[in-house]
Design a protein around this ligand. Sequence first.
Ligand SMILES: [Cu+2]
Length: 739
Amino acid sequence: MRYLLTTLLILSWVSSAYGQTGTYRVIDRATGDPVVQAHIKSGEESVITTTDTDGYFTLNPEEYPAIIITAVGYQTRELVLRSGSGTIYMNPAIFRNDSELVVIAGRDNQNNVQAYRRQHQAETMDQFLDKIDGLSANRRGAFAWEPVVRGESDQRMNLMIDGMQVFKACVDKMDPITSYVETNNLSQLHIDKSGSEVAQNGGGRSSVNLITRRAEPGPLSVNVSSAFRLPDNYRTFSMSGSTSDRDGRNAIRFSGSYKKADDYTAGGGRQIKNTQYEKLNLNLSYRHRFESDHTLEANYISDKAYDIGYPALLMDATEALADIGQLRFSFAPNDRNWRMDFIQVYANGIRHTMDDYSRDVENRSVMGGMHMPMYGETLTGGLRAGGRGVLLNHSFEWFLDGFASLADGEMEMNSLDPGIEDMFIDNLRDVNTRRANIGLKHRFMLSDKLLFKAEENIGLKTVTTGSDQYASFFEGLYGRDVESRPRFLLSGSGSLLWMPADALSFSGSLVYSERMGNHMELFGHYIYNYTDGFFYDGNPWLKTERTINADFNTTWETDAHSVSVSLFRKQFYNYIDGIITEDSGATGVRFKRYANTGDAVITGGEFRSLNRFSHTLSIENRISYLFAENRSLGEPLPLIPPLKGSSILHFHFGKNKLMGEAEWAAAQNRIAETNSIEDKTDAFATLHLTWERSWFDRSVTSVLKANNLLDSYYHTHTSIGNVPEAGRTVMLSLRYAFR
Ligand SMILES: [Cu+2]
C-alpha cells in the first residue's frame, strides 16, 4: 500500500520547466533512518512534494530557495536549499507519537519549534494546554477551561479550529471552542505566542489553531480506547477509524467519543458540588483526490455536552451544541507565478442553554430570589484562501480571509415571589460581525545565517445590530446615535532570525496590531463576567485598541539537549476594559461598562529545557512568568498567573514508560483590587505519576495515572471563585489499535 502511495506521489511530482532540479534526502538525525512521507512545503499551506520510502525528494532550489519540512514525530525545519543534492537531518521530537503538537513563538526559527509529546488520549485538551509554557487556563470547575496565552484570553487571543472562526454562544464564556476538538481528533496544535503571523491570522494577536485530523489514504485502521477514573467516576469511550480505496482516491475517517463525570473531590476529601458533565463528540472527514491531483476535503464536527456544572458561576449549562463543517479544496502543486494553493469554505452553529434550576437561588447574594434561564447562539460562515504571487521578481505568500457571524443571547428573570412580574432581557440581539482581511508574507535571506520575514495584513470590520430597538438601548445609555461604519484595521510584523551556529539561534520580532472591540464589548447588555463577578454593558463607540509586542528568543539545541529562553513585552494603547459604573446596591448586582481605559503592559518570559541523557532517561523543565499592569489605573491586571512551572522525569525501558511530574506555582500577590475584586493566592506544588505499557506486540496500550499524589488541597490563581482543584485521582485507560 505504502509503495503504491509513493508511486502515486512520485507521479504527482512537478518537475520544474527551468533551472536545475536537485535530489535531497531527509534523514532522522538520531537513528540515521530515512524520514518517509515528510511534507516539503513552500509555505504554511502549500505542500510541494513528499519524501519517498527512502527519504528522497527532488526540487528545483532556484524556484524554492526556502522550504519548510514537516513530518509526524519530528520538529519542523525551515531551511535554505543549495543546488545539487544534499542530506537534510530532522530532529526527532523528544517523544515520538502518532500525533504532533507544535508550539511556535517565531515560526521561522527552525530550532525554536518544539514538538511536545501528546499525552495519552484520555488527557483532555484543557489539561494539555495548561502545561505548555506561556499558557494557562481560567478554570471554573472540571469542564471547558478557558485557554490563556501570555495572560491574554478570550477577545485578546485568536482561537481557531483549522483556521476557522467559531464564536462561543454563551455570554458567560462557558464554551471556549477548545472543547469541540477531542485530543484524538487533533493532528497539530499551532500556537503563535507573539502574534507575529499576522498574514495568516489577521489581528496580530496570539493565536491557538487546533488542526484536526483529516482522512488520509491508507489501509483500514481502527482505534478503540476507554478509561475510568476514581473518585469522580469519570468514564470515557472513544473509537476512531480510517480507510481508503485501493488507489487512495477516496479516503474516509470517523471518530466518536463519549465521556461522563460525576462531581470531583478536592484534596482532603471534600466533594465539590456542580462539577459533573456529560459529552458526546463526533467527527467525520472525507477526502477525494482528482485525476488532476487536486484534492477536496469535507469535515464535520458535532459536539453535544449536557448537564455541565460550573461551581464558580451562578448557573450550569444544560445543553451546549456545536455543529462545525468545512469544505477545503487544495490545488495540485504547480509552479505558476500567481497561484492559489487552497480555498476553504465553512459554516458553524453553536447553541447554548443554561439555567440555575439546580442551585439554591433563594439564599445567594447575587441575583437572589429568582431563576435566570439563559439561551445563546451564534451562526458563522466564512471563506479562506491562500497562495503565492510574484511582483518585481519578489515571491510572496498571500492569504484571504472573510467571515460573517450572527450572535443572539437572552435571559429571563423569573422571581420566586409570584407578586413580581417576570422580566426578559436581551444580552445580544441580532449582532452582526463581518470582517475581510488580506495578508502578505515575505521572506528575505539576508545571508545564509540571517533570515528576515515581514508580514502585513489589512482588514475591514463592522460590528452592528440589526435591531433598532436593541440599538436604542445603547443610544439611551450613552446619549448618542449608533452608527455602523466599517473600520480599517492594520497589522504588521517584522522578524529576524540569526543562526550563528548549527545548534544556536537568536530571533526577535516586532508586531503592531489593531483590535476593534468584539460583539460583546461593543453590543453586549447585562452580561455576567464570571472572572470578576460584574455585569457588563457594551459600548458601541469604543476606540480601536492598539498593541506593540516585542519578542526575543534564544535557543541552543543539540540532538539530545535543548534550552530555550523567550522574553516579551506587550504594550497596549486604548486598552479596552470594564469600568465600574454603579454601586452594588441592595441586589448585590454590580455593573461595569466597557471603556478605553488607557495604557496597559504585559511582560514576561518562558524558559524550557529538554535533556535526554540516554534512551532510558530524559528530563523536561518549564518555567513561565508574567508581569501585567494597567498603567493608567496604576494597578495589576486581573487573572494573571504567578511564576509557575513543571518538571517531568521520563524513564523508558522496554515496553514501559514511567513519568513523574512535579507541577508548581508561586504565590500571586500582585492583584487587582480597585477595578476588579481579586484575592491573593498561595503557592502550591503537586506530584503526578504515570505508567504506560504496551502489550501484545504494541496493539494494546495501558496507562495508569495518579494525579495529585499527595492529595493536596489548593487552587490556582486563575481558578475563578477559588474553586479548589481535584485531589488525588487514579485513572486506568486502555487503548487498542488495529492496523
Ligand atoms: Cu453559559
